[in-house]
Design a protein around this ligand. Structure first.
Ligand SMILES: C[S@@+](CC[C@H](N)C(=O)[O-])C[C@H]1O[C@@H](n2cnc3c(N)ncnc32)[C@H](O)[C@@H]1O
Length: 226
């Protein structure tokens, strides 16, 4: 059953006073300031290089299996980067449509190259957009997935509210971040403190009926059912 209580928590997750207006797009609610990492804001040749490293370093197969996409469903990936997970979803699932949103024009170009055939066929639709502004209508998708992305959102609550808005009743939102049972050495410094993971869990529980937490080999994962 869908939780209709979408009242925003009284504390903000940005640390910025609500009267100051929304945080800038390069702000990270975890850092409490701008995130300048090229992995968070990939642009230019450094962004292209970062995209190649993401493909090499960030395993996506475990989450592709975990989100359990059924035949004919519509999937949204938020923050698709170079498009590795989009490609796995196109190859391994019978999803009718796979939509992606990411604010980086460079990543959109790289992900389009990686998924050229499915993009041309219209099954994969890669757009510019953000976690808190997907541009999709209400209840448009069955599965939302976002990997190594939540900590670089400007505002956790705004992002979770948007993903709750676009998923259909009974659908799921999966938020994954570096961690898991056997994180690779390069990802260990990126693992989030338990207090930050608890804030993600609270933001989901405020909006969804069922929230589960799991550890995959290299990812900590929350799955929330609408
Ligand atoms: C660290 S990369 C992760 C890419 C891919 N999901 C992976 O695991 O390899 C972060 C991506 O999030 C995108 N991004 C940055 N801010 C975002 C936001 N507010 N909403 C959605 N995506 C964002 C960046 O452009 C970049 O492509």
């Amino acid at each position: 059953m869908r939780n209709t209580n979408t009242t925003a928590p009284t504390t903000t997750t940005t640390g910025i006073s609500p009267s100051a207006g929304p945080p800038p797009d390069d702000y990270s609610w975890v850092l409490g300031g701008p995130s300048e990492s090229v992995f968070a804001r990939p642009a230019g040749w450094r962004g292209r290089l970062a995209g190649r490293l993401m493909i090499w370093m960030n395993r996506q197969d475990e989450v592709a299996d975990h989100i359990d996409v059924r035949s004919g469903q519509t999937v949204l990936e938020v923050g698709y980067g170079p498009g590795g997970l989009i490609r796995l979803l196109a190859e391994r699932t019978e999803a009718a449509k796979i939509i992606g949103v990411d604010p980086s024009a460079g990543m959109r170009a790289a992900a389009t190259r990686r998924n050229r055939v499915a993009v041309r066929a219209g099954r994969v639709d890669l757009r510019l957009g953000r976690a808190d502004r997907t541009g999709l209508p209400d209840r448009a998708v069955d599965r939302v997935v976002t990997v190594n992305n939540v900590a670089i959102w400007p505002d956790l609550d705004a992002g979770v509210t948007e993903l709750h808005r676009v998923v259909r009743p009974g659908g799921t939102v999966t938020i994954a971040w570096h961690g898991g049972t056997t994180p690779p050495r390069h990802a260990r410094p990126l693992i989030l403190p338990s207090s930050v993971l608890a804030r993600v869990e609270r933001a989901l529980r405020a909006r969804f009926t069922d929230v589960r937490r799991a550890q995959l080999p290299t990812l900590d994962v929350f799955t929330a059912t609408s």
